[in-house]
Design a protein around this ligand. Sequence first.
Ligand SMILES: Nc1ncnc2c1ncn2[C@@H]1O[C@H](COP(=O)(O)OP(=O)(O)OP(=O)(O)O)[C@@H](O)[C@H]1O
Length: 275
Amino acid sequence: MTQNDNKSKPSNGTITQARTVFDVEGLKVYYSGFLALLDVYIKIPEQQIVAFIGPSGCGKSTLLRCFNRMNDLIPGAKVEGRLNYRDRNIYDPKINSVKLRRQVGMVFQRPNPFPKSIYENIAFGPRSNGYKGNLDELVEDSLRRAAIWDEVKDKLKGKGTALSGGQQQRLCIARAIAMKPDVLLMDEPCSALDPISTRQVEELCLELKQQYTIIMVTHNMQQASRVADWTAFFNTEIDEHGKRRGKLVEFNPTVQLFSSPNTREAEEYISGRFG
Ligand SMILES: Nc1ncnc2c1ncn2[C@@H]1O[C@H](COP(=O)(O)OP(=O)(O)OP(=O)(O)O)[C@@H](O)[C@H]1O
C-alpha cells in the first residue's frame, strides 16, 4: 500500500495529484462475531476508478458496502475502525446514513430497475427527495450521461424492465447519477452482461470518472486493467479457528500492480498461480 502521498499514476500513464475521498484506517468488519475483514488501511483518490480484485470471500463486497454503510442493513454486521469520507467519520452515530447514500450511490451486480417506466426509474428518487428543478431535464441529462439516451428517448413511458440487460444496467447507472452523487460504488456491474454491454459500461465508467469517483468490485482482471487507475488486491488467510478471513494485501496504481506487484500473493494471483 503505497498511496499515502496520494500521488496517483493512472493507467493512461499521466500523473495526477488527487484529493482523498475516503480515508480508511484500521477498518474491521464482523458478521455475527466472525471477523470477515481484517484491518483495512486505504485512501481512495478523487475522480479515479479504483478496482477491488481477489478470490471469492476475501471481503471485496464487504468493504464496498462500508463506503455507504450498506452493511448497517445486514443483521449481525459490525464495523470497527475509522472510515473518513471527505474528513468526516461516516461511522460517527451523528451521520445520517440515508443522506450519505445519496452522496455515495450504488450499482449492483444484477441490474435492478424499478418495475416502473424508464422515465420514473430516473425521476422517482429525486422527486421523493424534494427535487425542485425541471424533472424532464434531469431525466434526459442522467440518461445522456449514462450513454443510453439515444436508445430510450422514444420510449420513456415503456417499462425499464423491458430493456436488455446491458441497457438496464446503464439505466440503473443513470438512476444513481440522477441523485447527483459524489461517488459511485459498483459491485461486479458487468458480471451479468454480454461482452458488448460490458464494453459499453466500461466506456461509460471512463467517461463518468471525469465527474465521479468510482469504486468497482470485479472478478475480471482484464476489466480492472482496462478501466481502473488503481487496483486493490484482497486475499484470504486462515484464522486461529481455521476460518478464512479477508484482508487487503496490496493497493497500487493498476499498471504497477499488474506489471510488478509488491507482494508474492498478488503476483501469484495475477499470473494465475493462485491456490
Ligand atoms: N451477509 C453476510 N452474512 C454473513 N457473512 C457474510 C455476509 N456477507 C459476506 N459474509 C462473509 O464475509 C466474508 C467476505 O465476503 P464478501 O462477500 O465480502 O467477499 P467477496 O470478496 O466480495 O466475495 P465474492 O467475490 O465471492 O463476491 C466471507 O467469509 C463471507 O462468507
